[in-house]
Design a protein around this ligand. Sequence first.
Ligand SMILES: C[S@@+](CC[C@H](N)C(=O)[O-])C[C@H]1O[C@@H](n2cnc3c(N)ncnc32)[C@H](O)[C@@H]1O
Length: 456
Amino acid sequence: MTRRPAVTPREVALDVLRAVSTDDAYANLLLPTRLRRARLHGQEAAFTTELTYGTLRRRGYYDLVIAAAAGRDLAAIDPVALDVLRLGAHQLLGMATAAHAAVSETVGLTKWMGAARATGFVNAVLRTISQADESTWTTRLLDGVTDPVERLALEFAHPGWVVRAVRDALHREGRAHELQQVLAANNAAPRVMLVALPGLADPEALGEVSLFAPTAVPSAAGDPAGHPLVAQGRARVQDEGSQLAALALSRCRPIVEGERWLDLCAGPGGKAALLAAEAKLGGATLVANEIVPARSRLVRSALHAVDRAVEVRTSDGREFGEREPAAFDRILIDAPCTGLGALRRRPEARWRKTEGDVGPLVQLQTELLRSALAALAPGGVLAYVTCSPHVAETTGVVDAVLTERQGEVVPLDAREVLRRVARTEIDLAELDNGAAQLWPHRHGTDAMFVQLLTRR
Ligand SMILES: C[S@@+](CC[C@H](N)C(=O)[O-])C[C@H]1O[C@@H](n2cnc3c(N)ncnc32)[C@H](O)[C@@H]1O
């Protein structure tokens, strides 16, 4: 059956949930297009965003509620009905939507989606869910759960392995007591942050400069793409932690004219744009590399307004070391990772990644780091960056490579560099090898990890 295009907030939200469930779509990429197509603006757009992101973030929690209310396993529930129920559960338990509206409007979606047979079932389950509030449901679900990690996983709607990974990363800094704060921060919508690209936009022209990155300005309400500087590519949307990570490399020491820089994993080009602007001001040249052709095209378009002279390559970063030994003075590896540090902005990510992804990523990260070290000129600086605080992906990768290359590769103090770069005092816990770890609850940034290394 063909259905009408999605026009109401609930239809748009369900449409995105279905795309996430069936096509592995990324909600943060898909939703803006769907909002435009449905002509939803202002409060309606904000409501749709909360419906969509809130449902996706807490999906694992709502699934437990739904299974309990339906009295059956999720596997026995029609997949369309399940997404409708998740949307309904979020309105009933996570938003202040009036119960009768949440139930009737949501039940109506079942038919719109072509699953009319499930209408009675959806109606019955939503009514059962609406009979208790969120804290009552949580208390019921927690009954008999004794493992503290599993309790937090349930309360904060995170998979257990993610809670353990965050706990271990905090433990490494002696701040295990901040675990609940991180989990809560992962569930809150982040402020949209802009970067004013140096030499192209004056940060003050965008608004009040943020606390840490001198290039970062919180976006005013509304669509940031509407700002002329953003439309011209002189300013961009970019997390403040990502800005700090790029600046840790570009500002670790003064730029010597003619330096060669490499961004090894550049797609879609956020950090490459900032590095290109910094390189241009300092008289350095930048090569931006990315393995996936479509992402490489995104890098090219990100760099268009900044510096068209930047060389964009599409190749496997693991081959750089052999192809171009000792060729670059500064290298950024913004490594492919689990993304556990950016859960605020990728609502479905926590349910999509699995613990099994960590091992192969660590392998890839290690190979990229080895290759980049071979491509680094003696005396040059390398920044190894992840948007994950996972110990294996961060300190683990760095430790392994430092052991292999003992004496030849030496850590530099990223904390000292970031303290110098930051506009105000920044609370960075002490970590091995002078690494710096940013956190959403402490800095309002993604949980970026930054390690600086040099080669003798
Ligand atoms: C964390 S993202 C980089 C984000 C980017 N620096 C930015 O700020 O917009 C990692 C990127 O590495 C790319 N990648 C994965 N494996 C790679 C490899 N072997 N060589 C080069 N790039 C790779 C991924 O396609 C992805 O675009």
